[in-house]
Design a protein around this ligand. Structure first.
Ligand SMILES: CC(C)(COP(=O)(O)OP(=O)(O)OC[C@H]1O[C@@H](n2cnc3c(N)ncnc32)[C@H](O)[C@@H]1OP(=O)(O)O)[C@@H](O)C(=O)NCCC(=O)NCCS
Length: 285
């Protein structure tokens, strides 16, 4: 497949209308929740970027970002990344993000941001382990009453805001596919870890907010879709992670990596200049 993939900028209205179909297939959203053609037209004209991934001549995925300001710093905010299901797992998502990085660097910027649902472990793996992003901003119920963005009835649309410092040495290394050797880090202290219940369900144990170690783990579920019939379990994992992230982000910790395996963990590390100034860690509620 690799030699059949190409990435190029999209600027044409006809191609933008294909992005509507891709959004429908990938997210299954109703029309009201789709990003429309006119948004892609004006954005791509005014400094935004719409990149398409083609397999041979077929448009198989895209990434969309626009100019933004985060904590007073000009950046690009990446709002949509999607690959059609039949093309997923072949490296298109990664190629789109690396191409986005190159294009944003050409604009003279050094930061790309985006949000994602912390319960989506594959996306966490992509964002932190594969691309080298970090996160120190938790957005509680960020998109509010949009049923399509919820993981289940009554579950808030919590999001993590990823910062991707695209010129940093770490990201540079990741771009060259120089992955660090996978280390066994399971000995690290854990702010939360799963407990198997008698009925077979896997629940978060008590949250530990007393850690002072420079590095620690927070467990999450491997496959949130498998819990579709158990919104109670989704809600309990979400609220445990929310408590951990909000608490430790305030104390200067950031998510710097993700371990994807039989069990999945966020890796948090205390940064020198980790915490944003008080009151600036996201939108007021
Ligand atoms: C997220 C998405 C764009 C990724 O596209 P893709 O072409 O399938 O991804 P790739 O094959 O390039 O894989 C990229 C990385 O994703 C992660 N990933 C993908 N599939 C995975 C899997 N089965 N298990 C664990 N990690 C996985 C890995 O980090 C992988 O990098 P690696 O191959 O170096 O380990 C695609 O799955 C998608 O459209 N999903 C639905 C929409 C969505 O979630 N968008 C992103 C919102 S933040």
């Amino acid at each position: 497949m690799a030699d059949r993939i190409s990435i190029r900028k999209l600027t044409d209205k006809k191609e933008f209308s294909r992005l509507i179909d891709i959004q429908r297939v990938v997210w299954g959203h109703p029309d009201l929740d789709l990003t429309p053609v006119h948004q892609f037209c004006i954005s791509s004209f005014m400094g935004g970027l719409v990149l398409g991934a083609f397999v041979d001549e077929e448009l198989a995925g895209f990434v969309y970002s626009f100019p933004a300001i985060f904590h007073g710093k000009f950046c690009h905010h990446s709002h949509l990344l999607a690959v059609l299901p039949q093309f997923q797992g072949h490296g298109l998502g990664k190629k789109l993000k690396w191409a986005q990085r190159r294009e944003v660097m050409k604009l003279g910027l050094d930061l790309v941001t985006w949000t994602f649902d912390p319960m989506q472990s594959r996306n966490a793996n992509l964002n932190f382990h594969t691309l080298g992003g970090i996160c120190r901003t938790y957005l509680e119920d960020f998109y509010g009453e949009t049923p399509q963005l919820r993981l289940g009835p009554g579950i808030p649309t919590d999001r993590l805001l990823v910062e991707w410092p695209i010129r940093s040495a770490r990201v540079q290394k990741k771009a060259q596919e120089k992955q660090e050797k996978a280390l066994d880090l399971s000995f690290l202290p854990k702010a939360v870890e799963g407990l198997r219940e008698e009925d077979g369900s896997y629940r978060p144990g008590p949250v530990n907010l007393k850690l002072t170690a420079p590095v620690f783990l927070a467990e999450t579920v491997r496959e949130v879709r498998a819990l579709k019939e158990r919104p109670d379990l989704i809600a309990s994992w979400q609220s445990a992670l929310r408590e951990v992230f909000k608490h430790y982000f305030r104390r200067g910790y950031a998510i710097i990596d993700f371990i994807f395996g039989e069990q999945c963990y966020y890796l948090l590390k205390k940064l020198q200049d980790g915490a944003f100034p008080a009151g600036k860690t996201g939108r007021k509620k």
